[in-house]
Write a protein that binds this ligand. Sequence first.
Ligand SMILES: [Fe+2]
Length: 243
Amino acid sequence: MSSMSRRDLMRAATGIAVLAAAPRFAFAQAAAPAAGPFAVPPLSYAFNALEPHIDAKTMEIHHDRHHAAYVANLNNLAKTNPQLGTSAVTDILGNLNALNDDIKFAVRNNLGGHANHTMFWQIMAPDGGKPEGEVLAAIDKDLGGLEKFQNEFNAAGGRQFGSGWVFVTVAKDGKLAIETRPNQDNPIMDGKRALLGNDVWEHAYYLNYQNRRADYLKAWWNTVNWAKIAERYAAAKAGTLGA
Ligand SMILES: [Fe+2]
């Protein structure tokens, strides 16, 4: 029989209650971005809409916590640097060297992360169709056809060491190229534009795929929203594609 006093029992029970409450408290903090000019765009589909290729829990954590953290950091930066909230994202990311050294690194990572993820949610959808028209013609012309393109894109994403992205960049003349970037860098930082991109940070796939990044890269094609990519391609050629 335990010799715990009533006080010990109370203390133990309180400790359990605190432990049980702690994860919820931490989640609430992480999920509530600081008020400010930046916001996480809502998904146009449910968290489970991309299953079985991307599971609902991964989508929820990715969107509501990882993307939200970049946005919260940006809103904190904007408190002391309000120009961040009033300038176009493309202008800021395209001129990072114009920023003061004390915020350059944080803006690169967090605004890059915001731009990358905003694009990422848009260019995915359930039943996203197939490439057609001008986009398919450009894939055939510049990337050797759909199958070769997808294989090379997957290989590039697999080679990206550590965290980063694999993109298809689009030039103003419509020319396409496969390019990778580390961390949350975006082609805008080099005066280019991303037509599409896949997130190869482990947070994008680890719950379902663990270390099998190649399987995630292959399955991801089932989630691609080709109608949105056609819109982005037309905008790129018109010089109006944002982030
Ligand atoms: Fe991500």
